[in-house]
Design a protein around this ligand. Structure first.
Ligand code: NAP
Length: 281
């Protein structure tokens, strides 16, 4: 039987601390901390994410600036807006909600976000700094996972960590953060052979593939720490993770639930990154 890593409770504690830091910043510097959120198009999931981010800013006292461009906005319009935000003294962090419509060059848009305002940690320089274990802004979801491990006293040092999934926003930065924390890291993906055996060798298994309940009990080592990043729908349309939670929790030492695990930490780390960038600036 495992300990459940309560992401909701940890996120609430961290948000209370962030709120205090935001208030202290205002008191010391006489100005707000600002986060600009740019949405292009009408993707309904993106609209929900953006609304949640703006609400979270309000909760902790960060001033949000919301921009919603139409789906047919041109590359120039998006880039001009990002340039304007890059130059604004009131904006400490810029978040461009991905994915962008197909006709927009995502790389070019991200390239225009100054490294120090890249609160999502997606820009090439921040990714490069992460790879070189230098000061950086780390992507919110994997950064949140590291905070969860820390909060539960799980030190990756010397442990065998397996990351299932190699996306730019979760799997790869997750692997680099674990490596920087001295774990021995293996990254798996859809072409990995002997996936079951590799996963079952992990002391820490982080799963981010987007396949409902893909990781079954036989893929997990007795006593492993299992972190489920997945946000999927099961056959009844209910929210679930990439891990078969009920079976795996009997074998793991620690496990994150879905919902209530990694999810609540992601936006919290966005707030955290925004306060960090404002404090450095
Ligand atoms: P993604 O970009 O679709 O990447 C999925 C990765 O999983 C790819 O590397 C893919 O391998 C690998 N994969 C897919 N099927 C596989 C299989 N059968 N065996 C082995 N590897 C497989 O996904 P993502 O953006 O990283 O997101 C992953 C999951 O996390 C999704 O459920 C998403 O909703 C969730 N998520 C949650 C949060 C949160 O805040 N909780 C944040 C972000 C994402 P290839 O590279 O070989 O194709």
């Amino acid at each position: 039987m495992s300990t459940v890593i309560d992401g909701k409770a940890l996120a609430a504690r961290m948000r209370a601390e962030i709120k205090e830091r935001v208030a202290a910043f205002k008191a010391e510097r006489g100005r707000e901390i600002g986060l600009a959120v740019v949405l292009v198009g009408e993707d309904s999931a993106s609209q929900v994410y953006v609304r949640n981010k703006i609400k979270a800013c309000e909760e902790v006292g960060i001033q949000s600036y919301s921009y919603h461009l139409p789906a047919d906005a041109t590359q120039n319009q998006v880039c001009e807006l990002v340039d304007e935000l890059a130059a604004s003294e009131n904006v400490h962090g810029i978040l461009v909600q991905l994915p962008l419509p197909r006709h927009i060059d995502e790389r070019e848009v991200l390239r225009r976000i100054p490294t120090k305002k890249d609160v999502d940690g997606f820009c090439a320089e921040n990714v490069g700094n992460l790879a070189m274990n230098r000061e950086t802004i780390a992507a919110c979801t994997p950064f949140g996972v590291m905070k969860m491990l820390e909060a539960y006293g799980i030190d990756p040092k010397g442990k065998s960590a397996v990351v299932l999934g190699r996306s730019n926003i979760v799997g790869k930065p997750m692997a680099m953060l674990l490596l920087n924390a001295d774990a021995t890291v293996t990254v798996c993906h859809s072409k990995t052979k002997n996936l079951k055996e590799v996963c079952a060798s992990a002391d820490i298994l982080v799963v981010a593939i987007g396949r409902a309940r893909f990781v079954t009990e036989d893929m997990v080592k007795e006593g492993a720490v299992v972190i489920d990043v997945g946000m999927d729908r099961d056959e009844n349309g209910r929210l679930c993770g990439d891990v078969d939670y009920d079976a795996v929790k009997e074998k793991a030492s620690y496990i994150t639930p879905v919902p209530g695990g990694v999810g609540p930490m992601t936006i919290t780390m966005l707030l955290y990154n925004t306060v960090q960038t404002a404090s450095r600036g």
